[in-house]
Ligand binder design. Structure first.
Ligand code: IYR
Length: 223
């Protein structure tokens, strides 16, 4: 085996312990302000912000660095309308027939239904796609390891960057969402992972009164 080609690590921050804690606490406070929003205004958002956020997502770690994701950013009105109509068709089936009663019960506190006006109101939709495999130069398939996990991390970074930029997001998962391949002209081997709705909330936006688990509930510290 050939040894890997390496370069010196460029980023060596040297925060004191106190600075580190302050930065971590501040970041947590900022992230704790993030809420999933379902009422978007039509206020535009610069394409450059969307591009920077997607570049952040592209810095995500991934299995064997194979970067198994693709992002389609849509601001075109007609495409957003087509996506809304297709998503609502699936969602009507979901809410009326496909969703088992326990699932509908779990969704009750969120107040969601098959009506998805945000897919047209918000200035941007980002279709986040996962590629279970890619292609080698000779055209043969190249398996992507941990493709779903890697794409999940990348989408987390995308949401984090957009939140830090002052934008609201909604992680929308119409089910099934294969219709996105046809509308967006994406190859069949690529799977829609989620549809991220991005923009500004309306001024009087309401969000469900729901709560986050505490540190004790989500973490076990072993010393
Ligand atoms: N896809 C449906 C249902 C839905 C499912 C989950 I899990 C949610 O957290 C929210 C909604 C919809 O978008 O309405």
């Amino acid at each position: 085996m050939k040894p890997p080609v390496t370069i010196p690590l460029a980023y060596h921050p040297s925060f004191s312990d106190a600075e580190m804690l302050q930065r971590a606490e501040l970041f947590y406070q900022q992230m704790n302000q993030r809420r999933t929003v379902r009422h978007f205004s039509n206020r535009p958002v610069d394409q450059a912000v969307i591009e920077a956020a997607i570049r952040s997502a592209g810095t995500s770690p991934s299995g064997a660095n194979l970067q198994p994701w693709h992002f389609v950013a849509i601001s075109n009105r007609d495409i957003k309308r087509t996506i809304r109509l297709a998503a609502e068709e699936e969602e009507r089936e979901f809410y009326a027939h496909r969703a088992p009663p326990e699932w509908l019960a779990a969704l009750e506190p969120l107040g969601t239904d098959s009506n998805k006006p945000f897919l047209e109101d918000a200035p941007w939709l980002i279709a986040c796609m996962v590629q279970p495999y890619g292609f080698k130069e000779d055209g043969s398939q190249l398996k992507h390891y941990y493709a779903v996990e890697s794409t999940g991390i990348a989408v987390g970074m995308l949401i984090t960057c957009l939140h830090q930029a002052g934008l609201a997001t909604l992680t929308h998962t119409p089910s099934p969402m294969k219709f996105l391949n046809a509308i967006l002209n994406r190859p069949a081997f690529e799977r829609p992972f989620l549809l991220l709705v991005v923009g500004h909330p309306v001024l009087d936006a309401q969000v469900p009164d729901i709560h986050r688990k505490s540190l004790n509930q989500i973490a076990t510290i072993l010393k």
